[in-house]
Design a protein around this ligand. Sequence first.
Ligand code: NAP
Length: 525
Amino acid sequence: MTLTGNMLIGQQAISGNREAIRGIDPATDLLLEPAYHGGSSEHVEQACALAWSALDSYRATPLDARAEFLETIASEIEALGDELIDRAVAETGLPRPRIQGERGRTCQQLRTFARTVRAGEWLDVRVDSALPERQPLPRPDLRQRQVPLGPVAVFGASNFPLAFSVAGGDTASALAAGCPVIVKAHGAHPGTSELVGRALARAVKLCGLHEGVFSLLFGSGREVGIALVTDPRIKAVGFTGSRSGGMALCSAAQARPEPIPVYAEMSSINPVLLFPAALQSRAETLAQGFVASLTQGAGQFCTNPGLVIARQGPALERFIHAAADKVRRSPAQTMLTPGIFNAYETGVGTLLEHAQAQSVATGLRGETPNQCQAHLFVTQARDFLANPALQAEMFGAASLIVQCASVEEIRQVLEHLEGQLTATLHLDDGDVESARALLPTLERKAGRLLVNGWPTGVEVCDAMVHGGPFPATSDARCTSVGTAAILRFLRPVCYQDFPDALLPAALKHGNPLQLRRLLDGQREA
Ligand code: NAP
């Protein structure tokens, strides 16, 4: 398939009229063909008008038809074959097996949402039957279900060019909810975005859906992105990226005459707590696992372990020694974009110059452009507490170890932390009571708590939470990974005293969709 450099507004391929965006091979800094001319507010207007006109027919699709659409998207992505893998590798510098794995995850994610749509639990049907004889007043018949919010704007993430981009988790969950989607492609992988966008548009056609169910725009966040978020027909936003980008979108969404939710996943340093018995029994093994997690994918994961917290002493010294040794032998890896590389170098530079952070190990240098050298730093708890800058995210393979003088200092460090996607506990049987004492704090700080594992690697399943208090996300009540992500794009509607003929199928008296309803206070079997 030849890449065209065009946007997709419904089924129409349209060339933008703004400055060209070009993919860059970050391993060589060479520009890739073709040029993608950015869209303007007129293109946003067209895509939003189309999405709005698609809303009522798309949200009325039977559950099976919507599930089949999600499955067709997955099949169309798979049908792209090696062309997609080749282009994604060239645009991101990520290793081929990683991109292949990510394609598998993207398609599995779409199929998982198809299963979720069919099961219908997300409709959360609640029925309170009429009580005409109730005294002093009768109760009307009340029936509730979830409906889609409306068209959703999705900002593709740079660090997951497939699983969190054009047909990634935000798009899959919004489409599953019944919302048309307009994607603002990330400029770091325009060719990958076009290929996936065309696969998605083909699925729209194959399934006989309104063309406005999906559009793909290229262009600058400040023009196309803000125009999308402020368009009155857009009713919610999904975003993964920087704190400044996420906050700019949140501010724009809040300033609208009709404010809308922005589900922004932004910044997290994912603390890892090493408890004394675990550290004593396996400091070296822990160090191995930690550095493997830290350096995986050049550390470009939102769940990267950027902070280690432990009580000072000989066992922690052993851990630091072993981790430093492994970091020094870590090969440099290509980062996703020159911009992300520069941001990493700036963040690491700030720590290298910081009087209260000591550099204990630096990874191997790379000879080619945009090479991430791993870094390990150590600081004291009192310095960490006194310097908020020490908890800034360094997006890449850098981490800071905080040495604490007491259990109380560990608790203070945790209290001082901003909101996180994850918090990890390494513990043995003898540590359980100390861990229990910290759980209330950890539950307030993070969306996912893990024991004796590493935070990188996020399962797409029903129980996953990939979310957390600010600044990990802009809305701690939700997850952006896993089937519960669908809930972000729904709202409840209650139908009072509707005749059966007028009720939607999900709420009819005979329960034709065979949903497990909450019927007069009892969950149906
Ligand atoms: P980004 O700069 O936040 O960009 C993400 C998307 O948001 C792009 O489409 C961008 O458009 C748009 N955008 C950014 N600022 C905007 C603004 N003020 N108004 C409107 N739209 C805006 O993220 P990135 O390019 O992926 O990476 C930059 C940094 O973000 C990294 O160095 C890292 O620190 C952080 N990051 C964090 C995570 C995480 O999961 N925690 C993931 C990825 C990146 P343009 O292309 O026009 O700028």
